[in-house]
Design a protein around this ligand. Structure first.
Ligand code: ADP
Length: 551
């Protein structure tokens, strides 16, 4: 703006200067002409009067200096010439414009001016008709206006240059003075702006618009902060990109999952080298939803990329990374469980069907029949106990457990179990004893009895003949507990972490031989979870095992 104002002022000054110089020249020129004309008229009149009163002798007394004077007779003969030129060299006077005009005009005057061949000199002529019909002509030569201009050129150029420098300086000062109040306008305080009252409505409008924009920006910032607060606390990764795949937002989880550190690259293609992520994003940016899987660092993520479409155009994409590791491992567990169940059921069924076929085909004699029937019974019982355990486990594992919790006495539950198992223990001369006292919990008696039963059953199964099993019930530090300890074969420390897995057995063949399903401790674990109880397992191979459940 300053530059524009400066140029405008400077240009105006140049134009004004040129106009002033040219007009001064013309005014001066016409003034000089006017004065000369007046002078010549006066002189012609004066000379005319002199000749008419004093005759030819008056002319001879005239000074040779000054204007040139020529006296011409009515016939065109030169009667007198102050330059002394004779008639022969000065022919054709009657044809001269001023002489002709003086002879023909009513007032008897004629005036003309002529330039020299080089235009450097201009001669003005004034002629007056005398009473005797002769004409007196006075002429004056002087420099033409162009000659004056050329003469004055150096001074004109100098003055013009000085004027231009002065005007340039003035233009700079003026343009700054004009612009300064505008640059000092504060649109935050439109009422305090004193510069240029004409600008006040514009400043007011700008100020209103700025306030609106400021409010909108504040609102957007708030929304962005809210969005960042929500997404930063999400365990899922979330990335938003524009249509050029430039990252708009990328939460902490996404950075962690994609392993790109704390710094977010500007383009999403640089977030990871994983082909699955890139492909899903590019598909979303082409307008189609995409889903794929990303396996990294032992975790499994599902990539869901959705296009953001507005007015039919893809403006960007939202990419969500869901941790599906648990789901995947659950799936794997479910597959393993199904295959284990099938396998566990198939074994007794194969035996049963084999024994039945032998009996059907008459290959079993009377003496062996009872033995085969006994095997069928044992395998069926194993199958039933397995199915029973699976049902219990699936109930405990399910989201809705169809059991009620009431106030129950752990000691009571333990004595019920003792009664049920005493016969089995006695067969192997194992002593099963119950110690402690009543301890109450909010729970389900059937489930608690199953827990104690499974632990005591194991303590008997994995015990030596004439061994002992002690069930202890009581309270410790305000918490009810029961423990089952035996002096049996014990569990190697390396296996302790796995015995609660479904179908896991330390010694598979031994466990099957003694009728284990591999689900007993799994049921104990899920029953403990159901009661918010903790399990503590202490075992020494060859010495025995103690499992404590604290509610
Ligand atoms: P099972 O039906 O085979 O007994 P469990 O889930 O009850 O299955 O037990 C898992 C495994 O833990 C058993 O196969 C056994 O090897 C081991 N185990 C459990 N209790 C004891 C114990 N008291 N003493 C020694 N080993 C045990």
């Amino acid at each position: 703006m300053t530059k524009k104002i400066f140029l405008s002022i400077f240009l105006i000054t140049i134009c004004a200067l040129i106009f002033a110089v040219v007009s001064m020249l013309f005014v001066t020129g016409s003034y000089i002409n006017k004065r000369i004309k007046e002078e010549l008229y006066n002189e012609a009149n004066y000379l005319g009067a002199g000749i008419e009163s004093s005759g030819e002798g008056y002319m001879t007394r005239l000074s040779q200096s000054g204007h040139r004077v020529t006296w011409i007779s009515g016939e065109g003969n030169v009667l007198f010439d102050s330059r002394g030129e004779d008639n022969a060299s000065m022919s054709g006077y009657l044809e001269r414009e001023e002489v002709k005009a003086a002879l023909e005009s009513e007032d008897g005057y004629g005036y003309s001016s002529r330039y020299s061949d080089t235009m450097s000199e201009k001669t003005n002529y004034c002629a007056k008709r005398l009473n005797d019909g002769s004409v007196i002509r006075v002429s004056s030569a002087h420099y033409s206006i162009w000659e004056i201009l050329i003469d004055m050129m150096s001074s004109v150029v100098l003055i013009s240059a000085l004027t231009l420098i002065a005007s340039a300086a003035l233009a700079i000062v003026l343009s700054r003075m004009i612009v300064k109040p505008i640059s000092l306008i504060d649109i935050d305080k439109p009422d305090v702006t004193h510069a240029y009252s004409e600008l006040r409505p514009v400043v007011k409008k700008l100020s209103d618009q700025k306030k609106r924009i400021d409010n909108q920006i504040a609102e957007l910032r708030l929304k962005q902060t809210e969005f960042e607060a929500i997404t930063s606390n999400m365990s899922e990764g979330m990335i938003t990109v524009d249509y050029m795949a430039n990252v708009l937002t990328c939460n902490q989880s996404a950075k962690r999952i994609l392993g790109c550190g704390d710094k977010t690259p500007s383009n999403a293609l640089s977030l990871t080298t994983g082909i699955e992520f890139r492909q899903s994003m590019m598909t979303a940016l082409s307008g189609k939803k995409a889903q794929s899987q990303l396996k990294t660092g032992g975790f499994c993520y599902s990539i869901i990329a959705s296009p953001v479409i507005e007015d039919g155009n893809v403006n960007g994409a939202v990419i969500v990374l869901l941790d599906e590791t648990e789901k995947e491992s659950r799936e794997a567990l479910r597959r393993e469980f199904t295959s284990n169940v099938s396998h566990e059921l198939k074994t007794p069924l194969t035996s049963i069907s084999g024994f039945a076929e032998l009996i059907r085909d008459g290959l079993v004699n009377d003496g062996q029949r009872a033995h085969f029937a006994d095997n069928i019974c044992k395998e069926s019982a194993r199958m039933l106990s397995l199915i029973d355990d699976i049902i219990k486990l699936s109930r405990l594992d399910g989201k809705e457990i169809p059991y009620d919790k009431t106030r129950i006495d752990l000691y009571e539950c333990a004595s019920q179990v003792k009664e049920r198992l005493e016969g089995i223990a006695a067969k192997r001369s194992i002593t099963l004893s119950l110690t402690g006292s009543s301890a109450y919990i909010e729970g389900n008696a059937n489930i608690v009895e199953d827990m104690i039963y499974n632990l005591c059953d194991n303590a008997i199964k994995y015990n030596n003949d004439r061994g002992s099993v002690i069930v202890d019930v009581g309270e410790h530090k305000g918490r009810s507990y029961f423990s089952v300890s035996d002096n049996g074969i014990g569990i190697p420390p390396s296996e302790l972490s796995r015995i609660y897995e479904r179908f896991y057995r330390v010694d598979k063949s031994h466990s099957k031989e003694i009728g284990g399903t591999g689900l007993g401790l799994s049921i104990v674990k899920h029953a403990a979870i159901y009661h918010n109880a903790e399990i503590d397992t202490q075992s020494t191979p060859g010495k025995g095992t103690k499992i404590t459940v604290t509610f």
